[in-house]
Ligand binder design. Structure first.
Ligand code: PLP
Length: 397
């Protein structure tokens, strides 16, 4: 027997939480675990622009023939427009190449496989804390992950001095993984001035920056959220980007992402991209069509794109409103700490400052589920659960 000796793998810390929540039988249970957007009614609906594009796609589709290894060409082109802006020199000069991927996760895997095999990278600098899959993918690829400080628990803000001190140790050719916006799990992003300092540091030291861009549009807006990336591109000729449309298109189960590499010139980009295709070929050969074709349709059609942006604005607005209400209600319920930092954070997540023990008590005593790091999904808060939530949190503080 080969399988008898296999040890069970530990449950994924975030996805495992979802399973536990499903099995929870108490009424009034609240899930602030996994990062999925919920509307005011607590549902994760299909974006209307997506539904309309799907209708048109179904009516016009004539074949189920294979896609190319790098996927839907229009989707890849539209991805570059979202990342760089339509008029960017990188697009005009063909310095970027994009491959459709299976979600942002797939894009990260391709990015790190590519870096390991083609650039000689051995080390990936990853913020502490981060989305745990970053470390796991690094290990899976055979790269060494090193943490850089990011969060200051005293100020509930960015540990800028710690970050700079740690990244000063990154060597030429090391990969530095940055969250494009809406840092997961803290919700804290660098300021424009800090982005510029990092961008210059990267160019001087010869890092290979890898942007994980899973929440474009969730912090301030589609264009605004690309500011850090675009500053980096002013100073760095080479860069990697892992995009995800899971959240901003609400297409979680269609696995829509993209891996983009920016090279010094079109020829180098083309050669590097051929290696990317080689990687994809041996993992899944070529991607699935539906999600990417749908997104391409939305982004190509002015009216549908405008509708999508309006819906994205609404999602962002709802989360921001919930942040305000959450902080106000915590105070109204008698919290003595200042939770104003939660209002300043970007994206779906908030690093609430709750300790693992407090998170455990919320689950055990109140059927409220959050990640033990204290990360809460603000998009899981609704008018219906916010009173119960704030009362309960104050009881465990
Ligand atoms: N990167 C970060 C920081 C994320 O939070 C996520 C999803 O939660 C991803 C990447 C991957 O997203 P996807 O579901 O598209 O694979």
């Amino acid at each position: 027997m080969f399988f008898d000796r296999i040890e069970a793998a530990p449950a994924d810390p975030i996805l495992g939480l979802g399973e536990a929540f499903k099995a929870e039988t108490r009424t009034g249970k609240v899930n602030l675990g996994i990062g999925v957007y919920k509307n005011a009614a607590g549902n994760t609906p299909i974006v209307k622009a997506v539904k309309e594009a799907e209708k048109r796609l179904l009516a016009s589709e004539t074949t189920k023939n294979y896609l190319t290894i790098d996927g839907v060409a229009e989707y890849n082109a539209q991805t570059q427009i979202l990342l760089f802006g339509a008029d960017h020199e990188i697009i005009a000069n063909g310095r970027a190449k994009t491959a459709q991927s299976l979600g942002g996760t797939g894009a990260l895997r391709i990015a790190l496989e590519f870096a390991k095999r083609q650039t000689g990278a051995q080390t990936v600098w990853i913020s502490n804390p981060t989305w745990p899959n970053h470390n796991a993918i690094c290990k899976a690829v055979g790269l060494t992950d090193k943490p850089y400080r990011y969060y200051n628990p005293q100020t509930h803000g960015l540990d800028w001095d710690g970050l700079i001190e740690d990244l000063a140790q990154a060597q030429k050719g090391d990969i530095v993984l940055l969250h494009g916006c809406c840092h997961n799990p803290t919700g804290i992003d660098p300021t424009p001035a800090q982005w510029e300092t990092l961008a210059k540091m990267s160019a001087e030291k010869g890092w290979l920056p890898l942007f994980d861009f899973a929440y474009q549009g969730f912090a301030k807006g589609l264009e605004e959220d690309a500011a850090g990336l675009r500053l980096f591109l002013q100073y760095n000729r080479e860069l990697l980007i892992a995009s995800s449309y899971s959240k901003n298109f609400g297409m979680y189960n269609e696995r829509v992402g993209a891996f983009t590499l920016v090279a010094d010139n079109a020829e180098a980009a083309e050669r590097a991209h051929s290696q990317v295709k080689g990687i994809i070929r041996t993992i899944y050969s070529n991607p699935a069509s539906h999600g990417a074709a749908t997104i391409a349709l939305v982004l190509k059609d002015e009216a549908l794109k405008a509708q999508w942006i309006a819906e994205l604005d609404e999602m962002r607005g709802r989360i921001k409103a919930m942040r305000q209400k959450f902080v106000a209600l915590l105070q109204a319920n008698g919290a003595t700490q200042n939770f104003d930092f939660i209002i300043e954070q970007n994206g779906m997540f908030s690093f609430s400052g709750l300790s693992p023990d407090q998170v455990d008590r919320l689950k055990d005593e109140f059927a409220i589920y959050a990640v033990r790091s204290g990360r809460i999904n603000v998009a899981g808060i609704t008018d219906d659960n916010i009173d119960y939530l704030c009362e309960s949190i104050v009881k465990v503080l």
